[in-house]
Ligand binder design. Structure first.
Ligand code: A2P
Length: 302
């Protein structure tokens, strides 16, 4: 797999890793162990997934030493008050049972009141970011980044930050390629990681959808035949061949192994997937949270 050099730390981010959102409790530990023993160099989790302790168990049960594993986790919306950032980070770090976190992301730009009730509060992500910058000085956090920001939100952050986000993790697959937004990240010097590269096949997201899932898209299945690969391998390889890192989620042992095969695509075949015209964003919590995410990006909710 390719590795990507991050600014400003100079660390090499593995291009490929296991996503763990919606991984069922009792399954994710084994999925992490299988993935690591099969050569996955990176595990992605988040405080809100509620599975950090299990992910940590899977890491310890694998044969791979901690020094060879990249761990990414995320700050939840209810800990955006600057004084809450370090305690939230420490809680995640201890749940994972590790000395250092390789990459800590602000999961979303909006802040919420702590507790069960979903209530957006007026704390700017720039204030939260300053507290994340301070984490770098503890020596326990190697890199900081963002997830699910709009273009205007990234620009606001860049205008006020001392340390740039090393990574922006966002939804990306052939129905949401975000070509212009990805190009912007090259200008900004922010590496992009794609989540839901298989179009998040969770049935609740595609209910009543008339579009075929990306895994069944004809351009993708034709390329799978051409490369003697599976549609999932083509979708994952498309991200890597486009210079992005990628986080397919699976808790199915056979698929975890399947997804680990990188099939470098010829430029003309990358372009074929780039040109798929259908558009769909599968993951948008704007209505649930009461905050307009992705306001200036493709497929946002008005
Ligand atoms: P499962 O975890 O049951 O194996 P995404 O990473 O785009 O969010 O997609 C994750 C979804 O895709 C999960 O439902 C996962 O199911 C499924 N999935 C993962 N790998 C494959 C694969 N190789 N082929 C088909 N579906 C897959």
């Amino acid at each position: 797999y390719p590795y990507f050099k991050l600014e400003p730390s100079g660390d090499l981010l593995p291009g490929f890793g296991l996503g763990s959102w919606l991984s069922k409790p009792g399954e994710v530990e084994e999925a992490v162990r299988i993935a690591l023993d099969a050569g996955y160099p990176l595990i992605d989790t988040a405080a809100i997934y509620g599975n950090e302790a299990e992910v940590g168990e899977g890491i310890r049960r694998s044969k791979v030493p901690r020094s060879e594993i990249w761990i990414t986790t995320k700050l939840w919306n209810d800990a955006h008050r600057p004084e809450d950032v370090l305690p939230a980070f420490e809680k995640s770090r201890k749940a994972l049972g590790v000395e250092t976190i390789d990459l800590y992301l602000m999961h979303y730009p909006c802040a919420m009141e702590p507790g069960e009730e979903i209530k957006v509060i007026d704390i700017s992500f720039t204030e939260t970011w300053a507290a994340m910058e301070a984490l770098l000085e503890t020596g326990k956090c190697r890199n900081i980044g963002i997830s699910n920001f709009s273009q205007a939100e990234v620009e606001t952050l860049l205008a006020s930050c001392k340390v740039k986000p090393a990574v922006h993790q966002l939804e990306r697959h052939p129905y949401l390629p975000q070509h212009d937004f990805i190009k912007k990240h090259e200008e900004w010097g922010i590496h992009v990681t794609a989540y839901s590269p298989l179009g998040n096949t969770n049935p609740s997201y595609a209910k009543g959808d008339t579009l075929p899932p990306v895994l069944k898209n004809a351009v993708v299945t034709d390329l799978a035949e051409k490369y003697e690969a599976t549609p999932a391998q083509i979708l994952i390889s498309w991200q890597l061949s486009s210079g992005l890192s990628v986080l397919p989620k699976s808790t199915t042992p056979k698929r975890i192994l399947e997804n680990a095969r990188y099939v470098p695509l010829a430029a003309e075949d990358v372009a074929k997937i780039d040109d798929i015209p259908d558009r769909r964003r599968y993951c948008d919590f704007s209505e649930v949270i009461g905050y307009k995410y992705y306001a200036d990006l493709e497929c946002h909710i008005d």
